[in-house]
Design a protein around this ligand. Structure first.
Ligand SMILES: [Zn+2]
Length: 414
């Protein structure tokens, strides 16, 4: 019964993904011949067609990836992959905690290895073809190794703590696991800007009096206390530009990718920052965090209910063992299959996100200027080869940001 439900959801998901991707491909192809009138004075036909080619290449890859992901999921569950790993590790490792950690690590390692051809293809073929990739094979390997070390240093203690709680805290372990999860997330937020991010990139204080003067004035106008302005060597990996806020309290800092600074002028940078400040002022970031913690609570309660049910395991192709804890199995099954059951909620989350983006744009128009923001956005769309003509249904489902045409139309009204 549960198996049927799982297969039904998985099939519905994959068909929906493929249908949405094919809509996007058709829509973008159909509109590749003409730049939308809103952009025709600023974006040339050549750039527009490059964006179309880039979007199509990404969509084709996404279609292939979603089919492979579904196959891998079936392999782990109904075809017995997880069962195979679990029973073999039980023969090899006597200690319960180590055995369960080994199970989690081997599943993650296999997922990572299966995903590797895709990430190599994406960087060195797809992104490289459009001139975005700056990662050398050496840097790619170094990043992968560092990423694994960081994931192990942070993830293993977290997994061990959760497994210990599951085994020892009784039926209310969900509450304790939730507290651990929140503590872990706050820790990451806290150490990310100063400990984790510098492992991968160099951060230098912004050394541009014009821009920093503009940003200081903007922050003052918006009543925002500024921790520091930094430039990150994003060009080391990609030509895509960005800017973000990170950290909290006094450690709060604004980070610019060098690629962004090299493309936008002071007016445009001020407007982009004003948009980001809008997210702060309207408490979007805080609200997202609260919602994510509430969802984590809900999911942990569901998991703590499911982990005691034999049908949850057998329905997904695994036999729980009576003589030893099955907590790692429950965690893995839950995290592998949860996206299948929650994919339908994607457009809902994105609808809220797009509403926030409009709100942040309006804030930027008030505190800076809508013209500056429009010209920054046009440059960014152009540089990133983002399509200006997405399929409306695909966009409503997946996009966290409103389509370019709508966004700029709203800004012109502001
Ligand atoms: Zn935004």
């Amino acid at each position: 019964m549960f198996t049927t439900l799982f297969i039904a959801f998985l099939l519905a998901d994959i068909l929906l993904r493929l249908w949405l991707a094919s809509r996007q491909i058709r829509h973008v192809s159909r509109h590749r011949g003409q730049v939308p009138p809103e952009f025709s004075d600023r974006i040339g036909l050549h750039s527009h067609q490059r964006a179309a080619r880039y979007t199509l290449a990404k969509m084709r890859m996404a279609m292939l990836e979603s089919v492979v992901d579904a196959a891998v999921l079936i392999g782990f569950t109904l075809l017995g992959g997880l069962q195979f790993l679990d029973s073999h590790l039980a023969l090899l490792i006597g200690n319960e905690m180590l055995r369960q950690l080994a199970l989690i690590v081997s599943v993650l390692a296999i997922l990572g290895l299966l995903g590797l051809p895709f990430s190599i293809w994406r960087k060195f073929k797809l992104e490289a073809r459009f001139g975005f990739n700056r990662v050398t094979p050496g840097l790619f390997v170094a990043d992968a190794l560092k990423g694994m070390l960081v994931a192990a240093a942070l993830g293993l203690p977290l997994a061990a703590a959760v497994l210990w709680i599951m085994a020892n805290a009784g039926p209310n372990w969900g509450w304790w696991a939730w507290l651990i999860w929140m503590g872990f997330n706050l820790l990451i937020l806290w150490i990310f800007p100063t400990v984790i991010a510098p492992l991968f990139n160099k951060f230098t204080p912004l050394d541009n009096p014009e821009i920093s003067g503009r940003i200081q004035a903007l922050a003052k106008r918006c009543g925002f206390s500024l921790g520091g302005l930094f430039v990150m060597d994003g060009s080391k990996r990609s030509a895509h530009g960005n800017a973000y806020f990170t950290g909290f309290g006094k450690a709060r800092r604004i980070v610019f990718f060098d690629t962004l600074l090299s493309r936008l002028n002071a007016d445009e940078i001020e407007a982009v920052l004003a948009h980001e400040l809008g997210h702060f002022k309207h408490r979007h970031i805080l609200r997202r965090m609260v919602i994510s913690f509430a969802l984590a609570f809900l999911f942990l309660q569901i998991l703590s209910g499911l982990s005691g049910q034999v049908w949850f395991y057998t329905g997904l192709g695994v036999l729980p063992q009576l003589g030893r804890p099955n907590d790692a199995l429950a965690l893995i099954l839950f995290f592998l299959t949860m996206p299948v059951f929650t994919f339908w909620a994607t457009p809902l989350a994105n609808w809220f996100s797009r509403r926030d983006e409009f709100q942040a744009d309006r804030y930027a128009a008030r505190q800076s200027s809508s013209d500056f923001l429009v010209s920054a956005l046009v440059k960014l769309y152009d540089d990133n080869a983002a399509t200006l003509t997405p399929d409306p249904v695909h966009s409503a489902y997946y996009d966290s940001h409103p389509p370019a045409v709508l966004r700029i139309r709203q800004l012109h009204k502001a």
